[in-house]
Design a protein around this ligand. Structure first.
Ligand code: ADP
Ligand code: MG
Length: 340
């Protein structure tokens, strides 16, 4: 058998297999790009659960005309230039794969305008060589990415899509998680032209509290303990369900340097701190850990759902102590303890 280089579109489609699982993964990649571009407002329009249309509009810095074609090609990124950059990464993106992958399995158009340009430009890639066509367009500063007919050319993937309602729920649930961590951003979400969510920017504690109530429920927001703890370059902020609130909560959101991750470490620490107080149920939490990016490896999973801490025991113990001290400051709990 002869060895041949894969044509770009096929290489991108193979890469898409890892990062583009369903419409919600497209929304994730595109919204993260908008956040990396410094957007303060992001509008998300979905048709038919995202299988027909996913449109993300932002007011970020935009992409210059000369860079539109590059943005759509694989391994092209403005976020990482050296290995040192990668080891200290704070942006969501760094793989330079999302736009190339998504455009290889959909009809993607990218429209953008930078502050310096007087005109906006639109790009789309097509054919096996992913040739990029550019046309002038009307658009304010920022970018709009439109993804039409996701998986139209990869029928095996398309068959795995669930109902429109289920796919939309995945998008909605993901957006809730990001909207909590980024309460400074104005988000809207529409489905089949109907406004489903509107998260107004929260710039004060009260507004953040309102956003928390909007997403996690009023009861959670009213009773939750606030966590704010700092030690030796580590910081933990967020909310923890009150031990007296026995409603089972499915809120368990954990962020590392702003990135939503799945990690057993935080679950374990929360459970342990509660068990020490004689509370057996698993409480809900929204916890944001900030640490020196050199202390964490984010390049362990293509969709970046997981991270690796260099000193995981140390991080675990810090989270445990932060929660222990929040629990100790609860007057009622201290009283119950004295009584027993
Ligand atoms: P990555 O995010 O890993 O760099 P992507 O394929 O997601 O790779 O995006 C490629 C590049 O396109 C980014 O590095 C960025 O420069 C540019 N880009 C993508 N989306 C946007 C956006 N919404 N606003 C501004 N620039 C963007
Ligand atoms: Mg990206």
């Amino acid at each position: 058998m002869a060895i041949q280089l894969l044509p770009p579109q096929l290489a991108n489609q193979i890469a898409a297999g890892e990062v583009v699982e369903r419409p919600a993964s497209v929304v994730k990649e595109l919204v993260e790009n908008s956040l990396d571009a410094g957007a303060t407002r992001i509008d998300i329009d979905i048709d038919k659960g995202g299988s027909k249309l996913i449109r993300i509009r932002d007011n970020g810095e935009g992409i210059a005309k000369e860079e539109l074609a590059l943005a759509l090609s694989r391994h092209a990124t403005s976020k990482v230039h050296t290995l040192d950059d990668l080891e200290a990464i704070l942006s969501f993106g760094f793989r330079g794969e999302a736009l190339a992958s998504i455009s290889s399995v959909s009809r993607l158009t990218l429209t953008s305008k930078t502050a310096e340009q007087s005109e906006a430009w639109q790009a789309f890639a097509e054919g096996s060589q992913m040739d990029v066509k550019l046309t002038p367009a009307a658009h304010p500063q920022g970018s709009t990415i439109e993804v039409v007919d996701l998986f139209f050319n990869t029928p095996a993937r398309r068959r795995f899509l669930k109902s429109d309602k289920t796919e939309f729920t995945h998008i909605d649930e993901w957006l809730k998680r990001i909207a909590i961590a980024r309460s400074d951003i104005y988000f809207t979400l529409t489905h089949n032209s109907k406004l489903v969510r509107q998260y107004r920017p929260a710039n004060t504690d009260i507004q953040s509290q309102q956003r928390l109530a909007q997403i996690c429920g009023r009861a959670f927001a009213e009773q939750a303990l606030s966590i704010a703890c700092e030690h030796d370059g580590l910081s933990l902020r967020g909310y923890l369900q009150s031990p007296q609130d026995t409603v089972i909560s499915d809120t368990s959101f954990f962020y590392v340097n702003g990135r939503l991750v799945r990690d057993r470490l935080v679950n374990h620490a929360v459970k342990q701190a509660f068990a020490e107080q004689g509370v057996e149920h698993q409480p809900g939490y929204v916890l944001m850990l900030t640490l020196d990016p050199h202390q964490v490896d984010v390049n362990v999973h293509p969709a970046k759902h997981e991270v690796r801490f260099h000193q995981s025991r140390y991080v675990h113990d810090f989270i445990l102590q932060a929660i222990q001290s929040a629990l100790l400051q609860m007057p009622d709990l201290a009283l119950t303890e004295q009584a027993t």
